[in-house]
Design a protein around this ligand. Structure first.
Ligand SMILES: Cc1cc2nc3c(=O)[nH]c(=O)nc-3n(C[C@H](O)[C@H](O)[C@H](O)COP(=O)(O)O)c2cc1C
Length: 195
């Protein structure tokens, strides 16, 4: 049997970003998505504020989201700046995904914990989801393009004034071979101070 450390190394190192164009048509079972979302909450969170909030688009919800985002893009650019390719990407990306999770920050009422720490906690939560997805053979794409950060997106997602949208997390089974990646050696980004 594989040891726990071998298993976690393998999952962490094989977690990959893959965009919806490369997803197969195989649908992710709702139970698996629930499992992925469940693991999000085990992220560290300063003061246990648990600042995350996820809106899961699934089935016909994916079409509604894609239509909304594409039309919002169209409405926000001058006609001469409009790019059909971008419009199509915003419309089709969700449709090609098996699920799309809007990653949201629910701002603490007292604002006691610094916002940056709430964002950091949510990044950890998203990573938990991405790693869980990897273990299920699912690839994901955390996108922040288009109108992700707009006020209109916030309103569409039912968020309050001080809340934030931090990204659009797309999920699907890969149609392609599982991608590989490279990273710099640890000696490039880690310094040891021992005296
Ligand atoms: C906060 C955040 C925002 C991101 N936004 C985008 C994006 O808008 N477009 C994009 O192509 N990739 C985006 N990515 C994904 C990165 O491009 C991806 O993680 C990187 O290429 C490394 O690939 P890997 O995740 O497979 O290791 C984002 C990642 C993070 C963490």
């Amino acid at each position: 049997m594989e040891s726990r450390i071998d298993l976690i190394n393998e999952i962490i190192r094989n977690r990959r970003t893959v965009k919806p164009e490369k997803y197969s048509t195989k649908i992710i079972d709702k139970k698996i998505i629930e499992d992925i979302v469940e693991n999000a909450k085990w992220a560290p969170t300063h003061g246990l504020t648990q600042p995350w909030c996820f809106k899961v688009f699934y089935g016909k919800g994916l079409e509604s989201f894609g239509d909304f985002h594409a039309e919002l893009y169209r409405a926000s650019v001058a006609p001469e700046m409009f790019k059909q390719k971008k419009f199509d990407q915003f419309k089709d990306g969700p449709r090609k995904s098996s699920a799309l999770i809007a990653i949201c920050l629910k701002r603490q009422e007292s604002e006691k914990i610094a916002e940056i720490e709430e964002i950091e906690a949510i990044a950890c939560a998203v990573h938990n989801m991405h790693l869980t997805a990897t273990a299920h053979g699912i690839v994901c794409y955390w996108g922040t393009g288009g109108k992700t950060y707009s006020e209109e997106m916030k309103t569409y997602l039912g968020l309050g004034e001080k809340d934030r949208v931090l990204g659009l997390f797309h999920l699907g089974y890969p149609e392609i071979e599982w991608p590989t990646a490279v990273r710099k050696p640890a000696s490039d980004y880690c310094v040891w101070i021992e005296e």
